[in-house]
Ligand binder design. Structure first.
Ligand code: SF4
Length: 158
C-alpha cells in the first residue's frame, strides 16, 4: 500500500499552514520547504480550498492559511478525500472493474475491512496532533523569524 503523492502533499501543505498560523504562505514557499513541485502543490491547494480546509488570498501579498482550526481538521477525512478517487483494488470501481473473480472473491471483503481500519485510525488524528509541541517539525516548516518560545527554550536546553 502506498499513499498517492497528492495525499502526502495535502498533509505537508496543511502542516506548513498549521506551523505558521500568523502568516500567509505562498505556494512556492511550501514547494521549496517540502521539496516538491509548485505545480503539484497548486493542484492540491486548489482542492483543499474547494473543500474548506484552507483559504487563499490573491495578489502580491497573498498566500494561503488554514480556514479552520487545526484541531478541527481530521487527517482521516483529508486522506479519504484524496485517496477516494483511486480505487484500492480494481473491483472497488464497478464502472471500470474487469476482474473475473469479483462475484466469489473473499479477499475483497478482507481488503475492505482492512482499509476501514486504516482510515479509522487516522480519523482519530487531527492536524493539531501532528504539529502541537513538535519543535522538530516547527524548525523545518516555520517561516517566522523566531521559533515559538517553547521551541526556542527547547533548543537552548539541547
Ligand atoms: S481478486 Fe478480488 S480483491 Fe482483487 S480485484 Fe478481483 S475481486 Fe477485487
Amino acid at each position: 500500500m502506498r499513499l498517492t503523492t497528492r495525499t502526502n502533499l495535502a498533509a505537508r501543505v496543511l502542516m506548513a499552514c498549521a506551523v505558521n498560523p500568523d502568516r500567509l504562505i505562498r505556494t512556492s514557499e511550501i514547494a521549496a520547504i517540502c521539496n516538491c513541485s509548485a505545480h503539484h502543490v497548486a493542484v492540491v491547494v486548489q482542492r483543499l480550498q474547494a473543500e474548506g480546509y484552507i483559504s487563499t488570498l490573491r495578489g502580491r501579498a497573498g498566500g494561503l492559511r488554514l480556514a479552520r482550526p487545526a484541531d478541527q481538521i481530521s487527517i482521516g477525512a483529508v486522506f479519504r478525500l484524496f485517496e477516494a478517487e483511486i480505487p484500492f483494488a480494481e473491483c472497488f470501481d464497478p464502472e471500470t472493474n474487469t476482474c473475473p473473480l469479483t462475484g466469489s472473491c473473499r479477499l475483497r471483503g478482507y481488503v475492505k475491512r482492512a482499509l476501514e481500519a486504516f482510515y479509522h485510525e487516522l480519523d482519530m488524528v487531527t492536524l493539531e496532533d501532528l504539529v502541537r509541541g513538535n519543535c522538530g517539525l516547527t524548525e523545518l516548516l516555520s517561516m517566522q523569524p523566531q521559533m515559538p518560545a517553547v521551541c526556542a527554550t527547547d533548543q537552548v536546553q539541547h
